[in-house]
Design a protein around this ligand. Structure first.
Ligand code: BES
Ligand code: ZN
Length: 649
């Protein structure tokens, strides 16, 4: 189940670590003291940003930063090269959160830099503070000198003890959706794209990497320069620093990780170069030169993040048999869907995540075969089917119709990912694979380096698919998939004989027969185990759980996907034998999707809640702010404290 990356956004509350959905000042709600996000003269109003890209746009960003581990702080300056789009405009409005702004200067026509007046509005969670810079001369370059707060929502700082090697500290960013503003003052909306350069200094034993042209041979000297020549939206700005070494995979791919992890990671991700080749053959050239992966500590709150040229990856997918590398396919696929063709605002999340999940499936099919791809599809669709019924109509839709005010809890989560991917499979099914592949390739090319919305997709597909191959799909069908709730009747079905066999084996045991024999389960991959556990009843007896443990050792499993499903079942069933292993798991892993179901199950009973609180107290220093926010909210809710808002990403 892809679950909860964006799903938790549905809670629609405001909190610092909050997701983009939460950022929306609710319709009719209080006016933020920093002022409502201004409407822009461009077509897309982004309620998650104060920026005014219809007036002025950042075209290039030059960062000069020092990484200060002692103070958990990045400090330095950001210099913007600006395009003053509106001839009347004399203000640059930037998004910031918890930043200290020290100085703002602008370059005069004679080349001299002069002080500019600026005003930092009071913070309005979770948008942050609107920074208004007065630029009467409409300077082509403006420089902001600033530093970050130790609790910056987009950064995690780890002490050496929290790393695998235990010698160097570690720091990494997570900018999506609206966290870039907590470490760089920016027009933090995907409608603005900029190139960037950076000069970063750090303690000299620490390696620094960015979503840019990392040099595999870079000397570790505490002084690094980066260049990102392709224009990117702010949520793809990324930085990491730590005891990181490189291991090549192919000509243009490799892994960065802590020394003790790097060989294992390179082995697990050995097919990455082939993935790039396969995706290029399907959808056109990879436009970002290198594709490297950075394996983060287990506290990384997500599975992966598609930072350009350097995907950030959770170590929890390294399970020894490549069974979870569809995550790499997913992050790589974003190099086309998302990083190249980007949603104009997070309200069109499916254009990033749905298209990417579809492409992910195609890469998996090419490399590992249809059987594997179909298993993953069935697992994802089962989860979607299970969850979608409980959602509001709006949350069940991929997007809202143009002109309709986005509600606080608009669509995201499994819907954006799996209904989005299903929609594309539907189109593939109706138009034929060759035709649909050609369309998608042309789509990536046509909208390369642009942000678009759902309506633009509909218009483009109407012209280049519907009209080109008449009589196959109607515009009403397109609109139903995108704007209506539920899963359309026209949805194509996929069968998985391998998962059917798992169903049969599980049923035989539950009906009083034997557990599936080793000879059968030996060939099972993560997908089959996940499906086996997901299909078990809500609760089992202690004897049944013990029998499963005796046969398959679920308790203590090293596979986070299995743990994510097994531990909640153990908790619901009152299987105290798993408590110690649960505590170890929750303290070791900070990836939200994997641990939240267990916290939620624990929070349902007083004894469970006590265990959850105890574990959290110990785990907290190692958790990312995004994860802490989610866990705190679940615990607060269980205690009836509704003052702690439910966050999301
Ligand atoms: N871009 C997302 C992660 C994300 C989405 C972060 C929204 C913040 C807000 C990334 O590409 C992603 O989807 N990651 C998934 C993995 C994937 C295989 C479904 C994850 O982290 O689980
Ligand atoms: Zn994604």
């Amino acid at each position: 189940m892809r679950s909860s990356i964006l799903t938790l956004c549905l809670a629609g509350a405001t909190v610092l670590a909050g997701c983009s959905r939460d950022a929306a000042p609710a319709a009719g709600g209080a006016t933020p003291t920093g002022g409502e996000p201004a409407a822009q003269s461009t077509a897309h109003f982004d309620q998650h940003s104060y920026a005014e890209p219809g007036k002025v746009r950042i075209e290039d960003l030059a960062l000069e930063l020092a990484v200060d581990f002692d103070n958990r702080q990045l400090g330095g300056s950001a210099t913007y090269t600006l395009d003053w789009v509106d001839p009347q405009a004399t203000q640059l409005v930037l998004d910031t959160r918890d930043l200290t702004i020290e100085k703002v200067v602008g370059e005069r026509e004679d080349g001299k830099w002069v002080d500019l007046a600026f005003d930092m509005a009071q913070a309005q969670p979770p948008l942050g503070s609107k920074l208004v810079i007065e630029a009467p001369q409409r300077s082509e370059r403006i420089r902001v000198t600033y530093r970050t707060a130790p609790e910056a929502s987009g950064l995690q700082w780890l002490t050496p003890a929290m790393t695998a090697g235990g010698e160097q500290p570690f720091m990494f960013s997570q900018s999506q959706q609206i966290h870039a503003r907590s470490w760089v003052p920016l027009q933090d909306t995907p409608q603005v794209r900029f190139t960037y350069t950076a000069h970063v200094t750090s303690p000299k034993d620490v390696m620094v990497l960015m979503s840019a042209d990392n040099d595999p041979q870079a000397e570790r000297d505490g002084d690094y320069t980066f260049k990102m020549p392709q224009p990117i939206p702010s949520y793809l700005l990324a930085i990491a620093a730590g005891d990181l070494v490189f291991e090549p995979i192919g000509e243009r791919s490799g892994v960065w990780a802590e020394p003790s992890m790097v060989a294992k990671a390179a082995e697990e991700f050995a097919d990455t170069e082939k993935m790039i080749d396969v995706t290029e053959a399907l959808y056109g050239p990879y436009r970002w030169e290198r594709y490297d992966m950075l394996v983060l500590p287990p506290s990384f709150p997500y599975g992966g993040m598609e930072n350009p040229r350097l995907s950030f990856i959770t170590p929890t997918v390294i399970v020894g048999d490549k069974s979870l590398v569809s995550l790499i396919a997913h992050e790589l696929a974003h190099s086309w869907s998302g990083n190249l063709v980007t949603f104009a605002t997070a309200n069109h999340g499916w254009l990033n995540e749905g298209v990417t999940s579809y492409v992910e499936g195609r890469i998996v099919e090419e490399l590992y075969g249809k059987e594997r791809a179909d298993m993953e599809t069935v697992i994802a669709r089962n989860a979607l089917r299970e969850g979608i019924g409980e959602m509001s109509d709006e949350a069940q839709s991929l997007a809202i119709r143009p002109g309709v005010e986005p509600a606080v809890d608009a669509p995201m989560g499994d819907v954006a990912y799996d209904k989005g991917a299903w929609f594309l499979s539907f189109l593939e099914d109706r138009f034929g694979r060759a035709e649909f592949d050609a369309f998608l390739r042309q789509y990536f090319d046509h909208f390369a380096f642009q942000g678009i919305d759902s309506n633009t997709f509909i218009e483009y597909a109407s012209e280049n698919l519907l009209a080109k191959y008449p009589g196959k799909v109607t515009r009403a069908e397109l609109e139903q998939w995108i704007y209506e709730p539920g899963i359309p009747e026209s949805a194509p079905e996929v069968a998985s004989p391998r998962l059917d066999a798992v169903d049969a084996a599980r049923k035989a045991w539950l009906d009083g027969g034997e557990l599936p024999a080793k000879s059968a389960t030996e060939a099972w991959t993560t997908q089959e185990w996940v499906h086996f556990v997901e299909g078990l009843p809500d609760t089992l007896s202690t004897a049944q759980l013990a029998a499963l443990d005796a046969a398959y050792a679920f308790t203590g499993t090293a596979n986070g996907e299995v743990a994510q499903r097994w531990y909640p079942l153990a908790v619901r069933s009152g299987y105290g034998e798993a408590d110690a292993a649960i505590a170890v798991f929750l303290k070791r892993v900070g990836r939200r999707k994997l641990i939240m179901p267990t916290y939620e199950a624990l929070a349902a009973t007083p004894e469970g809640l006590a265990l959850a609180e105890d574990v959290l107290a110990q785990a907290r220093p190692g958790y990312h702010p995004i994860t802490t926010g989610s866990v705190d909210a679940v615990i607060a809710k269980a205690k009836g404290d509704d003052t702690v808002a439910t966050p999301a990403d």
